[in-house]
Each structure stands twice: as structure tokens, then as C-alpha cells.
Design a protein around this ligand. Structure first.
Ligand SMILES: [Zn+2]
Length: 274
């Protein structure tokens, strides 16, 4: 499943191809994704407009048009975006295409159809969409140890569930949650009200370290993620806990343990993480 680093890599890729380009045609398939395809809004607000910016919020990609409308794309489990020549033939599981005045097209392909496309009309406010109530971005300056410590006060939730809650911090998924806690040397089940300021500092530093490293290596390709140029990411080779149950910890050689938390596989070193 594409996580934050993958979406960030795709965003940076799209930033090279989309801003300044005009959308000359929109083509949307008949199959239902997680949400119905917004055909009418695509024709009304996206077609004929120029792209002014490409941004990311949590795991959503936001493509802003010069009329103020925004195209929101979520890749779900198996969604892929590619920029390919306009003459390229439609492939199986292509659900959506934007034809650009550059002679290229943006294609959204999704085998399992858990992804979706949404159009926010000009001046529509975020507070009534699924982009509302998102916490700070983990790479932004407002994501601080003090912010986390205050939010955690008096709460008994396990650290991993707290970090995977989009209201705490935007876009940390299951794979990177395990990696971040390994880097921070903290147990996934640890109750958040018991963490000290020093430990929250380690959480924030580890979030930045793990996510930035993943972005740098081009995103993970555990599922069949392919980035905008059709290259695969490499970060899965460097995962230190995720999917490594029974294998030796890179620091102490103890076998990595796997447990289930909130229905999700969770990996940690019982020796290094306290
Ligand atoms: Zn260890």
C-alpha cells in the first residue's frame, strides 16, 4: 500500500510534469472506485483548466487548477499514477486519464479499486471533506515533542495506535509506524501518557529520520507501487522490523517479534524497544 513517502515521491514527480499544463480532455471509466467517479465535476471544473500546483496532505495528492478547483487523488491499496505519452494505449485497470497540452497524459490505474478521485469545487472549504481533522504533517515544524506530549496527557492508548491516528499526525501508516518505533527504541504497546519529553523527542526525530530516508530512496514497493516514471522504489530492502519476524535485530541479534494490534501486524525488537 502506498504510504506517505511513496505519495511524496509521486508528488515530486508530478510537480515536474503538471504545473503550467492545460487539461485538454478528461476520460473516466465506468467502474466504481472506493467513491463514484465525479464525472460531472471533472468536466465542469477540471477540463480546460491549467494546473497551478501539486501538493500532498497526509496520503492525499492535491492538484490545484487556476480556477481554484482541486483534484484529490487517493491511491488506496494498489493505485498507481503514471505520466505517459498521449498515444499510449489504454491498459487494463486504467480508470482515469487527464490529457495534457504537453502531449502527455496522467493515468490512474488501480487493480483493487480502493483508491478514489474527488473534485473540490472552487472555494469549497476543506472542513467538510475527508481532508478535515488531519493532524500536522510529520515533516512540518508544528509537529513537535511538546505537541505530542500535550495531546497524550492522561490517555492510555498504545503508542502505535496513537501515531497511526490521522488526527495525531497525518499519514503515518502501518509499515512506517513499526519502523519509527524501532528507531525511537519504544514499544508499540507503550501507553502514551507514560512517555517522557525525551522519549517524545525521540519519536519526532525518528518520524523525520525514517520518512525522509524512505522518500530519498524513492518509496517502498512492497505492493506493486510504481512511481511516475515507471521505476520501482527500493526502500523495502532497508526495512528493519516490518515483515522480519524471527529474523535477528540489526543491533542486538534478538529475533524480531510480531504481534497484532488493532488488527494490524506489528513488529518490534523485545530487547531494544522498551
Ligand atoms: Zn534489538
Amino acid at each position: 500500500m502506498p504510504e506517505l513517502p511513496e505519495v511524496e515521491v509521486i508528488k515530486r514527480g508530478l510537480q515536474q510534469y503538471l504545473p503550467g499544463r492545460r487539461v485538454i480532455a478528461v476520460s473516466a471509466g465506468n467502474k466504481k472506485l472506493r467513491l463514484p467517479m465525479p464525472r460531472k465535476d471533472l468536466t465542469e471544473y477540471i477540463k480546460g483548466e491549467h494546473v497551478t500546483a501539486v501538493d500532498r496532505r497526509a496520503r492525499f495528492l492535491l492538484i490545484t487548477m487556476d480556477n481554484g478547483a482541486r483534484l484529490v487523488i487517493h491511491l488506496g491499496m494498489t493505485g498507481k499514477l503514471s505520466i505517459i505519452p498521449q498515444a499510449s494505449r489504454k491498459a487494463k485497470h486504467d480508470h482515469f486519464r487527464l490529457l495534457l497540452d504537453s502531449g502527455k497524459q496522467l493515468v490512474f490505474n488501480d487493480i483493487r479499486r480502493f483508491g478514489f478521485i474527488l473534485v473540490l469545487a472552487p472555494e469549497r472549504d476543506f472542513s467538510r471533506t475527508m481532508l478535515a481533522n488531519l493532524g500536522p504533517e510529520p515533516l512540518d515544524h508544528d509537529f513537535t515533542p511538546l505537541y505530542l506530549q500535550k495531546l497524550a496527557q492522561g490517555k492510555n492508548r498504545p503508542l502505535k495506535n496513537f501515531l497511526m491516528d490521522n488526527r495525531t499526525v497525518a499519514g503515518i501508516g502501518n509499515i512506517y509506524a513499526s519502523e519509527i518505533m524501532f528507531q525511537a527504541r519504544l514499544r508499540p504497546e507503550k501507553k502514551i501518557s507514560t512517555l517522557t519529553r525525551k522519549q517524545w523527542e525521540r519519536v519526532v526525530e525518528s518520524c523525520r529520520y525514517v520518512l525522509e530516508k524512505a522518500i530519498k530512496s524513492g518509496g517502498t514497493s512492497i505492493s506493486d507501487f510504481v512511481n511516475e516514471s515507471g521505476r520501482r522504489g527500493y526502500f523495502q530492502l532497508e526495512l528493519q522490523t516490518y515483515g522480519r519476524q524471527g529474523k535477528p535485530c540489526i543491533y542486538c541479534n534478538m529475533p524480531i517479534k510480531k504481534i497484532t494490534m488493532a488488527g494490524r501486524s506489528t513488529f518490534f525488537c523485545p530487547h531494544c524497544q522498551k
